[in-house]
Design a protein around this ligand. Structure first.
Ligand code: SF4
Length: 66
């Protein structure tokens, strides 16, 4: 599963970091980014949750790749 975080859409609410700091991190500019594009299997479920809970829809996942 791949994850993509659009920093232009992110509003910096940090919800994703609270859920999965192993995959998401906060950039110096106050917006989040994804540390990896390929999500380790053990974090797939929580990354799906982060994508569904992001208030701005900045996180998208692609289940078809990898
Ligand atoms: S939950 Fe969404 S809006 Fe909040 S920091 Fe993460 S990507 Fe940005």
């Amino acid at each position: 599963m791949k994850v993509r975080l659009d920093s232009d859409v992110c509003a910096g609410f940090r919800a994703c970091l609270g859920l999965c700091p192993q995959v998401f991190e906060m950039h110096d500019d106050g917006y989040a980014l994804a540390r990896v594009s390929e999500v380790p299997p053990e974090f797939e479920e929580v990354v799906r949750l982060a994508a569904s809970q992001c208030p701005t829809g900045a996180i998208s996942v692609n289940e078809d790749c990898g």
